[in-house]
Design a protein around this ligand. Structure first.
Ligand code: PMP
Length: 418
């Protein structure tokens, strides 16, 4: 079924993003003799040439360990790393670079907060509030903390559309709640959560909030001062940057009072066998050799994304989402999980009673990369009483024609199982 003979006339985007595809070398490869359709952007995004060039140039021309050297290369390397920190600060509109900590990714950032904040502020009988739609990496670190401290993990549920039941929030925020951790965008349901409202409610009781921006960071411009979250975390690889680099933004007032997470080089001021004193922010939380080349690659990715226009890219993805949702719901027997009013371009679905793994495997043979399973959100899958879903997650370099190819391929899958 091609778009021409479909009953849906999508409104062509006012801005075309297809010319940006040339910036991503991998998008021109074939899979099983078919042009690749990459719909697994929720798991990781592809990298533009400029990011790949930054990484190569760094290795070819600059590479030296940072902060510790007196020589030219180390000085240049350090400058690039600290410039990257400034790029992240500006991207998030944080007040200070001391509030930007480089980590290996979202998971590491959340573990850092769960440990370093938890050590100081969470005690026996206290509560930590998360939501039912969190990624495992925003569940398990808090569970470990609660077990260690004798605290209780509380959960804000979502309804069958995949919207958080905000009306239950006031009763879940108690005098014992020490922190709220919530995802900005659900990686399985696509729901865009009202995080500003959640922050406002929590702050009215002086409770800090961590926002998991792994999926949200590329969905519209993030302004941490406007959001007013106490912590905001994301991974480079989900916003067109390299793997192995991520960010923890934290308000200085919290970071200052938190204990270090990992010990080692760079995070110390003085070391003796009697006593060690710690470095100032942000270095207190950056033990060991940092991924300085990853940081430089991330800075290039953030600049690239800013230059193409984040709001325009998001608007285009929203159009793709609307189009894909309309087309997919026309397939008889296809059910979408996650129908919130506010959604990012992530569609989880099941086709009749075909196992998601089978659907995913056959799509793969047709050159279409989707993800199948629980997407590291087992409680979300349990909520619906299913085994898993097929997930198509889109990026600005995807096209309406690629959506058509997915629809055509799904009709073939249906035919095969008839
Ligand atoms: N939170 C959410 C919402 C995610 O989608 C992911 C990645 N799928 C993570 C956390 C973990 O990110 P990472 O594996 O890059 O640490």
């Amino acid at each position: 079924m091609s778009r021409n003979n479909s009953t849906i006339n999508h409104q062509p985007s006012t801005i075309s993003f297809s010319h940006f595809r040339a910036d991503f070398p991998i998008l021109s490869r074939e899979v099983y003799g078919q042009p690749l359709v990459y719909f697994d952007n929720g798991a990781t995004t592809q990298k533009p040439t400029c990011v790949l060039e930054t990484i190569q140039r760094f290795h070819n021309e600059i590479n030296a360990n940072i902060h510790r050297g007196v020589h030219k290369l180390s000085e240049e390397s350090t400058r690039e790393y600290e410039n990257a920190r400034e790029v992240v600060r500006s991207f998030l509109n944080a007040q200070k670079t001391s509030e930007i900590i480089f980590t290996s990714g979202t998971t590491a950032s959340i573990n850092l907060v769960a440990y370093s904040f938890g050590e100081v502020f969470v005690h026996q009988g206290d509560e930590v509030l998360i939501t039912e739609m969190e990624h495992h990496s925003n569940i398990v670190p808090w569970q470990l903390l609660c077990e260690r401290k004798g605290a209780t993990l509380k959960v804000l549920p979502f309804d069958d559309n995949g919207e958080l039941m905000l009306e239950k929030l006031p009763e879940l925020l108690t005098l014992r709640t020490r922190i709220v951790a919530v995802t900005q965008v659900s990686n399985t349901l696509g729901t865009v959560n009202p995080v500003r409202e959640i922050v406002r409610l929590a702050h009215s009781q002086n409770i800090p909030v961590l926002v998991d921006g792994a999926q949200g960071v590329k969905h519209g411009i993030v302004d941490v001062q406007q959001l007013d979250a106490d912590f905001y975390v994301f991974s480079g690889h989900k916003i067109y940057g390299p793997t192995g680099i991520g960010v923890l933004y934290g308000k200085e007032e919290w970071l200052d009072r938190m204990v270090p997470w990992q010990g080692g080089g760079d995070m110390i001021a003085t070391v003796s066998f009697r006593k060690t004193t710690f470095n100032e922010l942000p270095f207190k939380f950056e033990a060991g050799t940092a991924n300085y080349i990853g940081a430089a690659g991330l800075a290039t990715a953030l600049n690239y994304y800013s230059n193409i226009g984040i709001d325009a890219a998001t608007a285009y993805e929203d159009e793709l989402l609307r189009y894909a949702t309309q087309k997919l719901t026309q397939i008889e027997g296809l059910k979408i999980f996650g129908t919130a009013r506010s959604k990012a371009a992530i569609i989880s679905f099941l086709l009749e009673n075909i196992h998601p793994y089978d659907t995913g495997m056959i799509l793969d043979k047709m050159g279409i990369a989707v993800r199948t399973g629980n997407h590291c959100t087992q409680p979300v899958i349990d909520h619906f009483g299913i085994d898993g879903t097929v997930r198509a997650s889109l990026a600005f370099y995807n096209t309406f024609d690629e959506v058509d190819r997915l629809v055509e391929a799904l009709l073939k899958v249906k035919e095969m199982f008839r």
